[in-house]
Design a protein. Structure first.
Length: 371
């Protein structure tokens, strides 16, 4: 199998999330971090948005990062001229390919869509650019029209095709079928672009890769429009552990970049967020905690250190005697069986009242009362 490439679009589709706006310093920091951990391609913005976006794109281009930098464009020559003015050598050209999108944007004139694609593609190639073509709403497109469009783009010189599940309506099985048909018909690579409206963005991205797609769009934390996109940390770790595909990303810094993007976006992650959530390696349940203390593999799919996390044993309503004794021993406190049960009862009562696990200080205070 050829190498799968991450093309991260946190700075483009991620920032399109409602209520999110990165400033220049944040964009630079995110681009540098993605580059530092080994992400090979970054979609850094839409030059046609105007002066502020153009300044950000040009500034990131001037950083001379190792990663390939890509700009998003409509099939409009002025969009591509704006990308070129920012110093970009790679452009993505997006066109609608479903009846509902072509009807809304081109009054149903699919021939005009193809003409604009050909004209903008020819212009970009004449400027010596690498060109990726994206089919907006590929998942709802007529399959024959989609194939004809992609074959035309390939013939006209496109280097890659982006299959977009724009409103996240696919499941992994349908995704695999649709992408497989494209992959077997094309000589250029297919890129997955999946949305999370039904919570299937990462699963659909993986299904596309299984079907032969060689590139995948991600965003840090799954940030993106509506319910978001396929999360960088989820795709990287799932490919590594479930598909045995190591992308060469420094996973030990995934938590760090997650926190950077969470801060820049102004939105905290739920504690149970896959891979990078605060609770990912926190164990409160008595059975789970006892198992993990015996052997971490009992209730952890991989070591927390692999993504820059730490294992936490948390005392709360669901904790058992083993966990409680273990935590107290770390503070030099050894109780007999009766004392341990008494403290455990108090912990469960306090945790239920507070509706959360207890802090170390709260636990020690309870022990002080019981001693």
């Amino acid at each position: 199998m050829n190498q799968v490439v991450i093309n991260d679009t946190t700075l483009r589709d991620g920032e399109q999330a409602a209520g999110v706006a990165f400033n220049l310093e944040e964009k630079i920091a995110i681009a540098k971090f993605l580059d530092a951990i080994g992400v090979p391609e970054i979609e850094i913005g839409i030059a046609a948005m105007g002066a502020a976006e153009q300044q950000a794109i040009a500034t990131i281009v001037d950083l001379n990062l190792q990663a390939h930098l890509l700009g998003w464009n409509r099939a409009v020559i002025s969009d591509i001229q704006a990308s070129i003015a920012c110093g970009l050598k790679r452009v993505h050209i997006s066109i609608p390919v479903s009846a509902i999108q072509i009807g809304a944007k081109f009054q149903g004139n699919w021939q005009l869509v193809l003409q604009k694609l050909q004209d903008s593609l020819n212009f970009a190639l004449d400027q010596g650019l690498f060109v990726s073509v994206g089919g907006e709403d590929s998942s709802r497109a007529d399959e024959q029209f989609l194939l004809d469009t992609v074959l035309a783009a390939q013939e006209w010189g496109a280097s890659r095709f982006r299959f977009c599940d724009t409103v996240g309506i696919l499941d992994p099985f349908t995704t695999h079928d649709k992408v497989k048909k494209l992959v077997t018909s094309l000589s250029i690579p297919v890129e997955m672009h999946t949305h999370n409206d039904f919570g299937l963005a990462t699963a659909n991205a993986l299904a596309g890769i299984k079907a032969g797609a060689l590139s995948v769009n991600t965003t840090v934390n799954g940030l993106g429009e509506r319910a978001g996109n396929a999360a960088l940390e989820e795709v990287v770790m799932a490919l590594k552990h479930l598909s045995k595909i190591d992308l060469g990303i420094d996973t030990r810094r995934l938590l760090e970049i997650s926190q950077l993007v969470a801060t820049a976006s102004g939105y905290n992650l739920p504690p149970w967020k896959a891979i990078v959530g605060e609770n990912t390696f926190a164990h409160e349940s008595g059975i789970h905690a006892h198992g993990v203390m015996q052997n971490p593999h009992t209730y952890e799919p991989f070591a927390p250190e692999e993504i820059g996390q730490e294992r936490r044993l948390v005392v709360g309503k669901h904790s058992g005697r083993h966990l409680l004794s273990n935590v107290l021993q770390q503070h030099g406190i050894i109780l007999n069986s009766e004392e341990t049960q008494s403290v455990l009862n108090a912990v469960r009562q306090e945790s239920t009242q507070k509706k959360r696990s207890l802090t170390t200080q709260e636990l020690l205070s309870l022990v002080g009362v019981k001693q």
